[in-house]
Design a protein around this ligand. Structure first.
Ligand SMILES: Nc1nc2c(ncn2[C@@H]2O[C@H](COP(=O)(O)OP(=O)(O)O)[C@@H](O)[C@H]2O)c(=O)[nH]1
Ligand SMILES: [Mg+2]
Length: 377
């Protein structure tokens, strides 16, 4: 009997455990999925939350849009033309510093002209050109009975007159071969200028061949090769030490074969002797001239920061090859921007293009009015 009772008790206990366990399980399942959340909104609370969610979403959209605005122009749009006023900051500061005492002084006297001369010399205009400018401004001032305040506008007008003559566009004729050759001493920025110009020309839809005729260092052709790839131009190069003439010859054939619009010839800036360099440039020129009329520009690249030295180099190159224009580079980093005036006044060669930075878009056509404005702005 006792054992029967024990069995019944055990069965009951087992049943109780089973039922209790089942209940517990069902409660747990319901607790996760179905129990109302303590933070769940009542219907009246839902409206502000929906608003907050909408606001958060709008914010997200704003962030995405802002990010897109930052990223897209860097990839797609061409960079804005560099502002000369900003890039010529050092030359402008030197100029403004030296001319600062003029205004409000009233009478024009010997000191006025000394200060003017100092400003021009500081900007590396050079003595002959500075003297010429001063004489002209003095004559204008006397004619117009100008006071000290009136001298600055006269100087500005004089600089503009001095810079105005000269054809500054780079010659290009459609439907015929066009060759622009770049000459200048080492390090002035020939290769970089070619890259920047190639980029502009490719952007305008022209097909461009770069001729790596600086065969003295393998690195020179490699540098040009990287640029060619980056800007979408073709490259013709030779082995290190190869005859630069053969590179130019090959580039001319390649350009004819591919119907390219423009060949940009990069040349070496240093040979064993100056005579060698000049003779080689003449030879390269003769090779280009085998295609009559193809050579449209011989551009002398001058580093503005070398100031008057640049002028000496320019004289040497112009004696050897017929230079059609000057590219003045590195105007961004120097107070010697007045060299533009010296080149124009003493050599009579128009500055056609100026380099105002190391970036691919930091090259602009030289505009005298913009330049003079930037000096006085
Ligand atoms: N700040 C500045 N640097 C320049 C400019 N043009 C060229 N450079 C730099 O000058 C150095 C020499 O340039 P490169 O093209 O190799 O000279 P190359 O020897 O005449 O071919 C490089 O570091 C260029 O980035 C310019 O307009 N502004
Ligand atoms: Mg180079």
């Amino acid at each position: 009997m006792d054992s029967e009772l024990l069995v019944v008790v055990l069965i009951l206990a087992f049943a109780v455990v089973l039922i209790a366990g089942g209940l517990l399980l069902s409660r747990r399942a319901g607790g996760v999925g179905a129990a109302p959340s303590p933070t769940a909104p009542s219907p009246t609370e839902r409206a502000p939350i929906a608003e907050a969610e909408a606001e958060a979403e709008a914010q997200l959209e704003t962030i995405t849009a802002t990010e897109a605005q930052v990223v897209e122009p860097a990839v797609e749009a061409p960079a804005a033309r560099p502002r000369l006023r900003d890039r010529l900051g050092k030359t402008r500061a030197a100029f403004a510093g030296a001319l600062g005492g003029l205004s409000g002084r009233g009478k024009v006297d010997a000191e006025t002209w000394e200060e003017l001369e100092e400003a021009l010399i500081l900007a590396d205009v050079g003595v002959p050109t500075a003297t010429r400018i001063l004489e002209d401004v003095k004559a204008r001032a006397a004619r117009e009975k100008a006071d000290a305040d009136g001298v600055l506008p006269l100087l500005k007008a004089e600089l503009l007159d001095l810079l105005t003559p000269g054809e500054r566009s780079l010659t290009f004729t459609t439907d015929e071969p066009n060759v622009w050759m770049f000459v200048g001493v080492n390090g002035v920025g020939k290769t970089t200028t070619i890259a920047k110009l190639a980029r502009q020309q490719v952007t305008e839809g022209r097909t461009v061949v770069l001729a790596a005729a600086d065969t003295f260092r393998a690195a020179a052709a490699e540098q040009l090769g990287h640029w060619a790839e980056a800007v979408g131009a073709d490259l013709v190069r030779g082995q290190e030490g190869a005859d630069p003439g053969s590179v130019v010859f090959d580039a001319m054939s390649a350009a004819t074969g591919r119907g390219a619009d423009l060949v940009l010839v990069d040349t070496a800036g240093r040979l064993h002797t100056k005579v060698n360099l000049m003779e080689e440039l003449k030879k390269l020129r003769r090779i280009v001239d085998r295609t009559p009329g193809a050579l449209k520009e011989v551009l002398l690249v001058v580093d503005a920061s070398t100031g008057q030295n640049g002028l000496t180099q320019a004289r040497q190159f112009t004696e050897a090859v017929e230079v059609t224009g000057v590219v003045l580079t590195k105007l961004d980093g120097t107070a010697k921007g007045g060299i533009v005036l010296a080149i124009q006044a003493e050599l009579g060669i128009p500055v056609k293009v100026i380099g105002v930075g190391e970036g691919a878009d930091d090259l602009v056509a030289f505009d005298p009015a913009e330049f003079v404005d930037a000096l006085f702005a």
